[in-house]
Design a protein around this ligand. Sequence first.
Ligand SMILES: C[S@@+](CC[C@H](N)C(=O)[O-])C[C@H]1O[C@@H](n2cnc3c(N)ncnc32)[C@H](O)[C@@H]1O
Length: 233
Amino acid sequence: MQNGKAKFVKEMFDDIHGQYDFLNTILSSGQDRRWRKLAVKEIPSHGIIIDLCAGGGEMAQAILARDSFSGTVAITDISKGMLSLTAKNLKPESQGRCFLVVCDAENLPFKNNVFSGAVSAFCLRNLTDLTKFTNEVYRCLNSGGVVRHLEIAHPPNSLLSMLFEFYFYHLSPLIARLFTSKTYAYKYLPNSLKIFPPQEKVKDTLGKGWSSVSYKNIMGGISAIYTLRKGEK
Ligand SMILES: C[S@@+](CC[C@H](N)C(=O)[O-])C[C@H]1O[C@@H](n2cnc3c(N)ncnc32)[C@H](O)[C@@H]1O
Protein backbone atom coordinates (compact mmCIF):
# COMPACT_ATOMS: atom_id res chain seq x y z
CA MET A 1 0.00 0.00 0.00
CA GLN A 2 1.38 3.44 -0.96
CA ASN A 3 1.56 6.34 1.51
CA GLY A 4 0.16 9.81 0.65
CA LYS A 5 3.31 11.23 -0.96
CA ALA A 6 4.10 8.09 -3.01
CA LYS A 7 0.49 7.98 -4.27
CA PHE A 8 0.52 11.69 -5.20
CA VAL A 9 3.91 11.38 -6.95
CA LYS A 10 2.87 8.26 -8.87
CA GLU A 11 -0.42 9.80 -10.03
CA MET A 12 1.30 13.07 -10.96
CA PHE A 13 3.92 11.33 -13.14
CA ASP A 14 1.21 9.15 -14.71
CA ASP A 15 -0.61 12.40 -15.52
CA ILE A 16 2.35 14.34 -17.02
CA HIS A 17 4.25 11.50 -18.72
CA GLY A 18 3.33 12.69 -22.22
CA GLN A 19 5.06 16.04 -21.74
CA TYR A 20 7.80 15.12 -19.27
CA ASP A 21 10.75 14.60 -21.66
CA PHE A 22 10.00 17.68 -23.74
CA LEU A 23 9.61 20.01 -20.75
CA ASN A 24 12.62 18.56 -18.94
CA THR A 25 14.84 19.42 -21.91
CA ILE A 26 13.39 22.93 -22.24
CA LEU A 27 13.58 23.73 -18.51
CA SER A 28 17.17 22.50 -18.17
CA SER A 29 18.24 23.94 -21.57
CA GLY A 30 19.36 20.46 -22.55
CA GLN A 31 21.80 20.19 -19.61
CA ASP A 32 19.92 17.17 -18.21
CA ARG A 33 21.33 14.96 -21.02
CA ARG A 34 24.91 16.05 -20.36
CA TRP A 35 24.50 15.43 -16.61
CA ARG A 36 23.11 11.94 -17.19
CA LYS A 37 26.11 11.06 -19.41
CA LEU A 38 28.43 12.17 -16.61
CA ALA A 39 26.46 10.19 -14.04
CA VAL A 40 26.68 6.85 -15.85
CA LYS A 41 30.45 7.12 -16.41
CA GLU A 42 31.58 5.08 -13.39
CA ILE A 43 28.96 2.38 -13.72
CA PRO A 44 30.34 -1.17 -14.34
CA SER A 45 30.23 -2.28 -17.98
CA HIS A 46 28.93 -5.78 -17.21
CA GLY A 47 26.23 -7.57 -15.22
CA ILE A 48 22.76 -6.16 -14.56
CA ILE A 49 22.41 -2.45 -13.79
CA ILE A 50 19.18 -1.12 -12.31
CA ASP A 51 17.83 2.28 -13.41
CA LEU A 52 15.71 3.41 -10.42
CA CYS A 53 12.80 5.84 -10.88
CA ALA A 54 13.72 5.56 -14.54
CA GLY A 55 10.90 7.61 -16.07
CA GLY A 56 11.47 7.57 -19.83
CA GLY A 57 14.61 5.44 -19.31
CA GLU A 58 17.11 8.18 -20.19
CA MET A 59 19.75 6.92 -17.75
CA ALA A 60 19.33 3.37 -19.07
CA GLN A 61 19.79 4.63 -22.61
CA ALA A 62 22.92 6.55 -21.67
CA ILE A 63 24.31 3.28 -20.23
CA LEU A 64 23.26 1.17 -23.23
CA ALA A 65 24.86 3.72 -25.58
CA ARG A 66 28.32 3.16 -24.07
CA ASP A 67 30.47 1.04 -26.42
CA SER A 68 32.07 -0.74 -23.48
CA PHE A 69 28.74 -1.83 -21.95
CA SER A 70 28.01 -5.54 -22.41
CA GLY A 71 25.43 -6.01 -19.64
CA THR A 72 21.67 -5.67 -19.21
CA VAL A 73 19.62 -2.84 -17.70
CA ALA A 74 16.55 -3.26 -15.48
CA ILE A 75 14.44 -0.14 -16.10
CA THR A 76 12.14 0.45 -13.12
CA ASP A 77 9.56 3.03 -12.10
CA ILE A 78 6.45 3.27 -9.93
CA SER A 79 4.49 4.95 -12.76
CA LYS A 80 3.28 2.78 -15.64
CA GLY A 81 2.74 5.95 -17.68
CA MET A 82 6.40 6.97 -17.34
CA LEU A 83 7.57 3.45 -18.23
CA SER A 84 5.40 3.55 -21.33
CA LEU A 85 7.64 6.45 -22.42
CA THR A 86 10.66 4.16 -22.09
CA ALA A 87 9.01 1.55 -24.26
CA LYS A 88 8.41 4.25 -26.89
CA ASN A 89 11.89 5.81 -26.62
CA LEU A 90 13.98 2.62 -26.71
CA LYS A 91 16.24 2.31 -29.74
CA PRO A 92 15.76 -0.96 -31.66
CA GLU A 93 19.35 -2.01 -30.86
CA SER A 94 18.64 -1.61 -27.11
CA GLN A 95 15.70 -3.99 -27.13
CA GLY A 96 16.81 -7.37 -25.81
CA ARG A 97 19.44 -5.67 -23.64
CA CYS A 98 16.97 -4.31 -21.07
CA PHE A 99 13.66 -5.11 -19.36
CA LEU A 100 10.99 -2.98 -17.68
CA VAL A 101 9.56 -3.45 -14.16
CA VAL A 102 6.84 -1.35 -12.50
CA CYS A 103 7.88 -1.15 -8.83
CA ASP A 104 8.44 1.09 -5.82
CA ALA A 105 12.12 1.98 -5.36
CA GLU A 106 11.60 1.92 -1.58
CA ASN A 107 10.37 -1.66 -1.72
CA LEU A 108 12.20 -3.43 -4.54
CA PRO A 109 10.81 -6.79 -5.70
CA PHE A 110 14.30 -8.22 -6.42
CA LYS A 111 16.43 -10.80 -4.58
CA ASN A 112 19.53 -9.85 -2.60
CA ASN A 113 22.86 -9.22 -4.39
CA VAL A 114 21.64 -9.30 -8.00
CA PHE A 115 22.81 -6.00 -9.54
CA SER A 116 26.37 -4.94 -10.34
CA GLY A 117 25.35 -1.28 -10.34
CA ALA A 118 22.44 1.13 -9.86
CA VAL A 119 21.62 4.60 -11.15
CA SER A 120 18.93 7.19 -10.64
CA ALA A 121 18.30 10.69 -11.98
CA PHE A 122 16.03 13.33 -10.46
CA CYS A 123 14.55 10.64 -8.23
CA LEU A 124 15.72 11.29 -4.68
CA ARG A 125 13.57 14.32 -3.87
CA ASN A 126 10.43 12.48 -4.95
CA LEU A 127 10.91 9.69 -2.44
CA THR A 128 9.30 9.42 0.99
CA ASP A 129 12.09 7.74 2.94
CA LEU A 130 15.68 8.06 1.67
CA THR A 131 17.00 5.65 4.31
CA LYS A 132 14.59 2.90 3.32
CA PHE A 133 15.47 3.52 -0.35
CA THR A 134 19.26 3.38 0.09
CA ASN A 135 18.94 0.23 2.24
CA GLU A 136 16.88 -1.43 -0.47
CA VAL A 137 19.46 -0.52 -3.13
CA TYR A 138 22.23 -1.86 -0.89
CA ARG A 139 20.38 -5.15 -0.34
CA CYS A 140 19.92 -5.77 -4.09
CA LEU A 141 23.50 -4.84 -5.05
CA ASN A 142 26.42 -7.30 -5.45
CA SER A 143 29.44 -6.73 -3.25
CA GLY A 144 31.74 -4.37 -5.14
CA GLY A 145 28.69 -2.76 -6.76
CA VAL A 146 28.61 0.95 -7.62
CA VAL A 147 25.69 3.39 -7.43
CA ARG A 148 25.37 6.86 -8.99
CA HIS A 149 22.47 9.14 -8.09
CA LEU A 150 22.04 12.41 -10.03
CA GLU A 151 19.84 15.05 -8.40
CA ILE A 152 19.17 18.78 -8.49
CA ALA A 153 21.01 20.37 -5.56
CA HIS A 154 21.70 23.58 -3.65
CA PRO A 155 24.57 25.72 -5.05
CA PRO A 156 26.86 26.73 -2.16
CA ASN A 157 27.72 30.12 -3.70
CA SER A 158 25.11 32.63 -2.51
CA LEU A 159 24.93 34.63 -5.77
CA LEU A 160 24.55 31.51 -7.92
CA SER A 161 22.07 30.15 -5.37
CA MET A 162 19.96 33.32 -5.63
CA LEU A 163 19.96 33.24 -9.46
CA PHE A 164 19.21 29.52 -9.55
CA GLU A 165 16.38 29.80 -7.01
CA PHE A 166 14.82 32.64 -8.97
CA TYR A 167 14.92 30.54 -12.14
CA PHE A 168 13.90 27.25 -10.54
CA TYR A 169 11.17 28.43 -8.16
CA HIS A 170 9.70 31.39 -10.11
CA LEU A 171 10.64 31.33 -13.79
CA SER A 172 10.45 27.60 -14.59
CA PRO A 173 6.76 27.22 -13.49
CA LEU A 174 5.93 30.22 -15.72
CA ILE A 175 7.74 28.67 -18.70
CA ALA A 176 5.98 25.35 -18.06
CA ARG A 177 2.60 27.15 -18.19
CA LEU A 178 3.29 28.02 -21.84
CA PHE A 179 3.32 24.33 -22.74
CA THR A 180 1.11 22.47 -20.28
CA SER A 181 -2.13 22.85 -18.37
CA LYS A 182 -0.77 20.55 -15.63
CA THR A 183 0.67 23.48 -13.74
CA TYR A 184 0.34 21.80 -10.30
CA ALA A 185 3.11 19.39 -11.36
CA TYR A 186 5.47 22.17 -12.36
CA LYS A 187 4.88 23.85 -9.01
CA TYR A 188 5.47 20.59 -7.13
CA LEU A 189 8.73 19.78 -8.96
CA PRO A 190 10.64 22.94 -7.93
CA ASN A 191 9.00 23.04 -4.50
CA SER A 192 10.21 19.52 -3.78
CA LEU A 193 13.76 20.95 -3.79
CA LYS A 194 12.89 23.51 -1.10
CA ILE A 195 12.48 20.77 1.49
CA PHE A 196 15.26 18.57 0.12
CA PRO A 197 18.39 18.71 2.30
CA PRO A 198 21.79 20.09 1.22
CA GLN A 199 24.34 17.78 -0.40
CA GLU A 200 26.32 16.93 2.79
CA LYS A 201 23.17 15.78 4.59
CA VAL A 202 21.95 13.76 1.57
CA LYS A 203 25.38 12.14 1.32
CA ASP A 204 25.30 11.13 5.01
CA THR A 205 21.78 9.70 4.76
CA LEU A 206 22.44 7.77 1.56
CA GLY A 207 25.84 6.49 2.62
CA LYS A 208 25.04 5.08 6.07
CA GLY A 209 26.29 1.47 6.14
CA TRP A 210 27.99 1.65 2.72
CA SER A 211 31.76 1.22 2.39
CA SER A 212 32.17 4.57 0.65
CA VAL A 213 30.08 7.58 -0.29
CA SER A 214 30.96 10.91 -1.91
CA TYR A 215 29.34 13.58 -4.03
CA LYS A 216 30.47 15.93 -6.76
CA ASN A 217 28.74 19.21 -7.51
CA ILE A 218 27.93 19.89 -11.17
CA MET A 219 27.69 23.46 -12.53
CA GLY A 220 28.49 25.00 -9.17
CA GLY A 221 26.06 22.73 -7.30
CA ILE A 222 22.94 23.23 -9.43
CA SER A 223 23.01 19.47 -9.50
CA ALA A 224 25.12 16.83 -7.79
CA ILE A 225 26.16 13.24 -8.41
CA TYR A 226 26.35 10.94 -5.38
CA THR A 227 28.60 7.86 -5.68
CA LEU A 228 28.20 4.89 -3.33
CA ARG A 229 30.11 1.62 -3.20
CA LYS A 230 29.21 -1.63 -1.52
CA GLY A 231 32.38 -3.26 -0.11
CA GLU A 232 33.86 -6.47 -1.52
CA LYS A 233 33.18 -9.55 0.65
C1 LIG B 1 11.67 13.51 -12.22
S1 LIG B 1 11.32 11.93 -12.87
C2 LIG B 1 12.89 11.38 -13.39
C3 LIG B 1 12.84 10.40 -14.50
C4 LIG B 1 14.16 9.94 -15.10
N1 LIG B 1 14.99 9.26 -14.14
C5 LIG B 1 14.96 11.05 -15.73
O1 LIG B 1 16.18 10.93 -15.76
O2 LIG B 1 14.39 12.01 -16.26
C6 LIG B 1 11.09 11.04 -11.37
C7 LIG B 1 10.60 9.61 -11.60
O3 LIG B 1 10.59 8.94 -10.34
C8 LIG B 1 9.48 8.06 -10.31
N2 LIG B 1 9.22 7.74 -8.91
C9 LIG B 1 8.85 8.59 -7.93
N3 LIG B 1 8.73 7.92 -6.76
C10 LIG B 1 9.05 6.63 -7.01
C11 LIG B 1 9.15 5.46 -6.21
N4 LIG B 1 8.87 5.47 -4.90
N5 LIG B 1 9.53 4.31 -6.79
C12 LIG B 1 9.81 4.25 -8.13
N6 LIG B 1 9.72 5.32 -8.94
C13 LIG B 1 9.36 6.50 -8.39
C14 LIG B 1 8.38 8.86 -11.01
O4 LIG B 1 7.32 8.05 -11.46
C15 LIG B 1 9.17 9.53 -12.14
O5 LIG B 1 9.17 8.74 -13.30
